[in-house]
Design a protein around this ligand. Structure first.
Ligand SMILES: *Cc1c(COP(=O)(O)O)cnc(C)c1O
Length: 387
């Protein structure tokens, strides 16, 4: 029963007898916890990760979330952060020291690339980006000082995947830790720790919270790694999640599986209906049989979420932008995984003063399917494309 998903979502980590048998946990809105005597205080200090001393370290509301997310990913424990970005940067920092080297898959989440290329280089940490589908290329980059192989499978614009067990085997053979950004799949559709990955990261901002009202992140790993990260990074850098936000996320988490199912079904319907449209050249969606890594996606993911990317077949940026202007039910916004359908037109990022154009062509638009009726979303897109 302990690892049944319904048990994890409904009961794991909750101690109702401690708060009047309330069904939903209270928001323990406090900074300090007080001690009846010095002995209790001393014992708590010896294990701050699991004691209640100060909310910067551990807070009972946040702790419920830690336990639930760790169990969903099949790891011993987890740490909550103020954003997915904080979770990623602290994971990398926890794995490297001066002079160390990181191998990261190419085209990761943009701030993941930035923390390596602009921030950690200041401290002598070197890095390489690699085509993660090419194991030989990864192998060729391994050096004696390589400490971390950082994966993101799938990524969130072109959905490049890595063969997770094969990457794990390669890393283990060379004594390198593996970490993965698992935000795209959610813990419902892919559990990389069960394939041997050492550290699993999520932008909790996305599916896990799912209601477009919180920014948060999580790192799931073994007792040993979490304990080390707690002492060396988490307590030092202080990028914690508030108990208020933890409470909202616990509420969002209760419906994660049914939201993922709904989003998956709607996305399949919409992708199917759009394929072959005269203004569409190509659709990227990992569970579409024409997707280049379809077989791998099917092998290691039990489902696929609500992101898909359309390459439009339109003569120029202006004609694409005029189609986008006619779309009303998909909102222009960046951060996906909530209840509402979104679109991110690459064309909007072209020809910005003082900025380089993105590496992705202007004809690409990323769509995110929310919890709306699929017909409601489809009708809107098809009308806008009726040119
Ligand atoms: C959004 C996102 C992040 C960053 O998460 P924040 O919570 O916005 O900091 C990291 N990785 C992926 C794949 C994302 O989509």
């Amino acid at each position: 029963m302990e690892d049944h998903i319904s048990y994890i979502l409904n009961d794991l980590g909750e101690h109702r007898e401690k708060y009047f048998n309330a069904m939903s946990p209270p928001i323990i809105q406090t900074r300090n916890f007080v001690f009846p005597g010095v002995d209790d205080f001393r014992n708590a200090i010896l294990d701050e990760l699991n004691s209640h001393i100060y909310t910067k370290g551990n807070n009972p509301t946040v702790e419920i979330l830690r336990k639930k997310l760790a169990a969903l990913e099949g790891t011993d424990d987890a740490l909550m952060f103020a954003s997915g970005t904080a979770a990623i940067s602290m994971t990398i920092m926890s794995c490297v020291g001066q002079g160390d080297h990181v191998i990261c898959v190419r085209h990761p989440y943009s701030w993941t690339a930035t923390v390596l290329s602009r921030y950690l280089v200041r401290f002598g940490v070197t890095y390489d980006f690699v085509d993660g589908s090419d194991l030989k290329a990864i192998q060729a980059l391994i050096r004696p000082n390589t400490k971390l192989l950082l994966l993101e499978s799938p990524n969130t614009f072109t959905y490049e995947l890595q063969d997770i067990p094969a990457c794990v085997a390669l890393a283990k053979n060379n004594g390198i830790l593996t970490a993965i950004d698992n935000s795209h799949a959610s813990p419902i559709f892919q559990q990389p720790a069960r394939m041997g990955v050492d550290i699993v990261i999520h932008s909790v901002t996305k599916y896990i919270n799912g209601h477009s009202d919180v920014v948060a992140g999580v790192v799931c790993s073994s007792h040993e790694i979490i304990k080390k990260m707690f002492i060396d990074e988490y307590m030092v850098l202080g990028g914690i999640l508030s108990p208020q936000d933890a409470s909202l996320i616990i509420r969002g988490l209760r419906t994660l599986p049914i939201r993922m199912q709904r989003v998956q079904e709607s996305t399949r319907t919409i992708v199917k209906a759009l394929k072959g449209h005269k203004s569409i050249k190509r659709i990227l969606y990992p569970f579409d049989p024409d997707f280049p890594q379809y077989e791998l996606a099917r092998k290691q993911m039990s489902g696929c979420g609500g992101l898909f990317t359309v390459e439009f077949d339109l003569p120029d940026i202006d004609s694409l932008l005029s189609v986008i202007a006619k779309v009303k039910r998909w909102k222009i916004a960046v951060s996906w995984g909530g209840h509402e359908a979104l679109m991110l037109p690459m064309a909007a990022l072209y020809n910005l003063p003082g900025r380089d154009n993105p590496h992705i062509p202007w004809s690409y638009v990323r769509f995110y399917v929310g919890l709306e009726e699929p017909e409601y979303l489809l009708e809107d897109l098809l009308e806008a494309l009726d040119i």
